[in-house]
Each structure stands twice: as structure tokens, then as C-alpha cells.
Write a protein that binds this ligand. Structure first.
Ligand SMILES: O=C(O)CCC(=O)C(=O)O
Ligand SMILES: [Fe+2]
Length: 394
């Protein structure tokens, strides 16, 4: 990994095949610690021992088919119908950092108990999925469940390795997870810009994107700068597009190109919370331009697809429980006095320290304000006002 004075300039790669020998595992743990503490983002390669290519490819193909259904079909599963923020969100509905994202998505949750009537309101971030009809995308459910089971298992093994890398007992993080652990899956499609005019004079071509009109090299928001809310995220970049960018601690954006046979893993706000900031929840975004949808030979790449699995802690952990992990001093000292520049909204910070559920519920409302307004009108107005005021504060 390129890093100077603790600031990374390229993204590290961790090779799962190192786990095959004791010496390899020791090296993996050293690299994992460095990746978690200095960067908060890394490629995990040689994933096929956990996620067989057939499982991954079936999941990619069925997910693309789902995202390519006619809009009316997708709207039958509209997120607006779900007080749990699950289902389909069409392009132009989601907001990040108070600006429109240019992507559509399906959100599904692994099977977790539905909230009970006297649970705190934030527990509504879990509940039943809105599944597509098997006849609309034959094989989707099987492909989805098989992929999620494989990534879920990888996640559980990684949690033990993360604990070891932080100088803890391998089972040291277990108490923070539900049984089975909660995973949210997003199926993301970033639509390709539509050519409006001007291809005959290169450089002046104009394209329409859902949020307006851009020139071919003008950058626009696929998803705005943010930190993920959960523990670790396992992201599958399913197409060749460039666009994912990671912000280093000096504030510089570093591109994270897709790498075959890998997953991108990153630290979320809950892992940052339980490690007292030793692991860094790193800011990232998808920064697009019409040019990024074209290959060097001028052929179009089509829409960009990516599929994150957000592994989350138990929603109802208290702030006291979140602060209960004892990380060895030698590891804590690695981040002493560190300053982290970030374009992500600081507004969410205090909610994630209250409990994972409060943090995630707040973020769902600001990302999907229409859904929030329908199901939680008073809370939504309060949260949106707080977000706007926080953003406006000097
Ligand atoms: O699409 C991507 O590559 C990243 C998506 C992402 O960061 C997110 O949805 O949290
Ligand atoms: Fe993210």
C-alpha cells in the first residue's frame, strides 16, 4: 500500500489465500491491522474459496435482471410502501449529503426478527422484505440467498480476524452481533447518461442525467460523500466503470478501480464506535461523468452496477455497550492525536454513538425523506431540520 506519514495514497490488497498457512495468516493479520487503522478500506482478493464464481455470477445476473424490469414492475415493490425502508427506490429519490444521487436500488435485509410493538421506533429499520415475484425474475431468491449466505459466512470469519488483528480474543467482537448477524444488501444501478447532442464535436457533447444536464467530462454525484453506518461493508463492483473514490485522512480523493475476483471491504461507523476510533470509518463516494460510461475504444459500458452487503451490529446496543471493548494500549496508540479530514456529514456522528439503530434510522430518513415523511412525519421534519442546521453552522 502507498502511504506516507499515515496518509494513504493507494488502496491495500489483502489476499485470503494467505490464511492457508500459519505464517501467511500472521502476515494477513498485520496487513489487516494496517488497512483498518490507516485506511479503513481494502480489496479482499481470492474470494472464491468463500464465494464460488458460480454463486457470485448467478447473483450478479439475477440482480441485473431485477434492476432491468420495467419501471411499473419495480414500483410494485416501491420503498414508500415499507415503514422499514426496504424495497425499490427509483432514481431521483435518494439523497446523500443533502443532494440528489443518480442511482436506483433495491434494499433487502437478511432474516431478522420484526420489531415488537413496544420496541423503540428505530427498531423499524428491520422488518419484512418486499420480494419480487418468482415469475418476474426466475431464480432471483435462490441466487440472492446463496450469495448472502456465502458473504455472511466470510463476514463472520473476518470478524474473528479483525478481533485478532486488534489484539483481542478471536471471539471478542461476537457480543456486538445479533444471532444470526444482520446484513442489509443494496442492489445498485447507476444509469448511463443519455446523449442529448454534440457528439460530432468531441468535448462539447451534452448528456442528460436524472438530476439535469452535463457535459461529457463534467462530474456528477452517483452517491455523495458518506461513511457507511454498519460494521464492515462487503462491496461487489460488478462492472468495469471507474467512479468509486475513497477520501484519505488529508481529504484527497483516491480512486478505487474494480479489481477482478475481489470484494471491496470498508469500515463503517459502528466499527469505528466500538473501537473508539482505532478503526476508521472512511469517507467515500461514487463520482461519475458521462466519459466514465465509455471504454477507451468508445464502446459504452452500459449502466454501472454494484452490490454492497452492509454487515451491521445489534440495532439496540446501548452507548455503554458500544464503549465496552478494551483495545490494547499499543494498538490504540497507533491513532493517537490523528486528525481526519472528511466531506461526509458530521451530523450523523452523535446518533451512531447512541446506538446502531438510532444512527441507521436517522440516516435512512435523510437518504429517503419521502419514505420518512410518510411513516414518521414528525420525526422526519425534526431530523431534516437538524441536518440542515448542522450543515449551515459555521
Ligand atoms: O456503488 C458503490 O460502489 C458504492 C456504494 C456505496 O458506497 C453505498 O451505497 O454505501
Ligand atoms: Fe457506502
Amino acid at each position: 500500500m502507498g502511504s506516507s506519514g499515515g496518509v494513504f495514497t493507494s488502496l491495500p490488497t489483502l489476499d485470503l489465500s494467505l490464511l492457508d498457512t500459519p505464517q501467511g495468516k500472521a502476515r494477513f493479520l498485520v496487513e489487516l491491522r494496517e488497512a483498518l487503522v490507516v485506511v479503513g478500506f481494502f480489496y479482499l482478493t481470492n474470494i472464491e474459496r468463500f464465494v464460488p464464481p458460480g454463486v457470485k455470477n448467478a447473483f450478479i445476473e439475477r440482480s441485473k435482471e431485477l434492476l432491468c424490469l420495467p419501471l411499473e414492475k419495480k414500483l410494485e415493490l416501491d420503498m414508500i410502501n415499507s415503514k422499514h425502508f426496504l424495497g425499490y427506490s427509483q432514481t431521483g429519490k435518494e439523497r446523500t449529503a443533502q443532494k440528489l444521487d443518480n442511482r436506483e436500488m433495491f434494499d433487502f435485509l437478511s432474516p431478522v426478527p420484526a420489531p415488537k410493538p413496544d420496541d423503540p421506533i428505530y427498531m423499524n429499520v428491520q422488518g419484512p422484505n418486499q420480494w419480487p415475484d418468482e415469475n418476474d425474475v426466475p431464480g432471483f431468491r435462490h441466487a440472492f440467498d446463496t450469495y448472502l449466505a456465502a458473504v455472511g459466512k466470510l463476514g463472520e470469519i473476518m470478524n474473528m480476524l479483525v478481533a485478532e488483528a486488534l489484539g483481542l480474543d478471536p471471539m471478542g467482537l461476537m457480543k456486538f452481533f445479533g444471532s444470526p448477524p444482520r446484513n442489509k444488501v443494496s442492489l445498485l444501478k447507476y444509469p448511463e447518461p443519455r446523449l442529448l447532442k454534440g457528439l460530432e464535436s468531441p468535448g462539447s457533447a451534452r448528456y442528460s442525467i436524472p438530476a439535469g444536464e452535463v457535459e461529457s467530462d463534467e462530474e456528477f454525484q452517483g452517491v455523495g460523500a458518506h461513511k457507511d453506518g454498519g460494521c464492515l461493508t462487503y462491496l461487489l463492483q460488478a462492472t468495469e466503470h471507474e467512479g468509486l473514490e475513497v477520501q484519505n485522512k488529508c481529504g484527497k480523493w483516491i480512486p478505487m478501480q474494480p479489481l477482478p475476483n475481489s470484494l471491496v471491504v470498508n469500515v463503517g461507523r459502528s466499527l469505528e464506535a466500538i473501537t473508539g476510533g482505532v478503526c476508521t470509518a472512511t469517507t467515500h463516494r461514487v463520482n461519475l461523468s458521462a466519459k466514465k460510461f465509455l471504454r477507451a475504444d468508445g464502446c459504452t459500458l452500459g449502466p454501472r452496477y454494484s452490490f454492497p452487503v452492509f454487515q451491521t451490529l445489534k440495532m439496540d446496543l446501548t452507548s455503554k455497550e458500544l464503549a465496552s471493548l478494551r483495545i490494547p494500549e499499543a494498538i490504540k496508540s497507533l491513532v493517537e492525536g490523528q486528525q481526519v479530514a472528511s466531506d461526509a456529514e458530521g451530523f450523523f456522528e452523535k446518533y451512531h454513538l447512541e446506538s446502531p439503530g438510532v444512527g441507521i434510522f436517522t440516516a435512512r430518513i435523510t437518504s429517503h425523506p419521502e419514505v420518512g415523511r410518510k411513516w414518521y412525519p414528525a420525526i422526519t421534519e425534526k431530523i431534516l431540520k437538524g441536518q440542515a442546521e448542522f450543515g449551515a453552522a459555521p
